[in-house]
Design a binder for this molecule. Structure first.
Ligand SMILES: NC(=O)c1ccc[n+]([C@@H]2O[C@H](COP(=O)([O-])OP(=O)(O)OC[C@H]3O[C@@H](n4cnc5c(N)ncnc54)[C@H](OP(=O)(O)O)[C@@H]3O)[C@@H](O)[C@H]2O)c1
Length: 267
């Protein structure tokens, strides 16, 4: 079991926009799709997958449990609803979307419910998202070592998360980088622009190749077929040690997402 290194994201995309985005992504060669209960687009993602004709076994579908479904009696039922919307009997990966400390459900309870969903065959793998080191430790303690496939975290050239990624590596937990393009912000960066020109690549490809070369999975989103296609070609771009060092120096704790009540204290 492992996490595919390249998938397509669907945050903010709804209705026909998300159907078109996922269909285009599958058409140009993506096989992993990242959605979430809170995105309100699981049914449309399901439609796009059904229309694509790509066999289920070739796909890797990730969804995330929303905070209102963390209580033990709710979590499994909510995942069954997600499966119905996605028109599938199982998802490949289910994540706890945010640690949401203080929402009334203890971490040990929702992690146990997530493990139960896996035992029931509703999800092939389980994981976490937006967890800091301390909460990742607690999650490992709740479900046992080797059970958590990934921690999906905000990570871009402007927010490199050195402490957390080092810890995850040590634990054998895959890092999934979300908002690798910082929702477009890094695309104007002069250093990335110079590196892109040197390789005759796009700036987006440089940011994605940087994350891939560090061993992270990426899930960039786009409403445009040409961006979806060119982003995927980041897999073929090889950055050299000098490029990687220059990108490492772009760190600026540039966090875009930290919702009150959901986010932990960041490392
Ligand atoms: N676990 C979590 O809490 C969490 C939080 C946020 C996101 N995520 C996941 O991570 C995914 C990615 O994050 P994101 O969608 O917020 O941000 P992102 O992938 O960093 O950036 C997407 C933005 O970049 C633009 N873009 C993409 N490729 C481009 C290219 N080649 N050239 C120019 N612009 C380009 C897109 O615009 P166009 O449409 O114009 O191409 C879109 O506005 C989400 O969709 C979601 O699945 C998870």
């Amino acid at each position: 079991m492992s996490i595919p290194s390249f998938g397509v994201g669907t945050f903010r995309l709804t209705g026909q926009t998300v159907i078109d985005s996922v269909r285009n992504a599958l058409d140009v060669g993506y096989r992993a799709v990242d959605t979430a209960q809170i995105y309100g687009n699981e049914a449309e993602v399901g439609t796009a997958i059904a229309q694509s004709g790509v066999p289920r076994a070739d796909l890797f579908i990730t969804t995330k449990i929303w905070t209102e479904n963390y209580a033990k009696p709710k979590l499994v039922a909510s995942l069954r609803e997600s499966l119905q919307k996605l028109r599938t009997e199982y998802v490949d990966l289910t994540l706890i979307h945010w640690p949401a400390p203080g929402n009334g459900v203890q971490l040990a309870e929702y992690m146990a419910a997530l493990a139960e969903a896996k035992a029931l065959g509703l999800t092939r793998q389980i994981g976490i998202s937006n967890f800091n080191i301390e909460l990742t430790k607690q999650a490992i303690a709740a479900v046992g070592p080797g059970e958590i496939a990934t921690n999906q975290i905000e990570l871009s050239p402007y927010l490199q998360n050195p402490k957390l990624t080092a810890y995850l590596k040590e634990q054998g937990i895959a890092v999934t980088s979300y908002m690798t393009l910082a929702y477009g912000k890094v695309l104007q960066d002069p250093v990335l622009t110079r590196i892109a020109a040197k390789h005759q690549a796009t700036v987006a490809q440089v940011a994605l190749a940087w994350a891939l070369q560090l061993g992270y999975a990426v899930i960039p989103s786009s409403t445009k077929r040409e961006n979806l296609a060119s982003n995927l070609l980041a897999r073929e771009l090889r950055l050299d040690a000098d490029d990687m060092a220059q990108i490492a120096a772009l760190e600026r704790n540039g966090r875009e997402v930290s919702p009150a009540g959901l986010a932990p204290v960041w490392d």
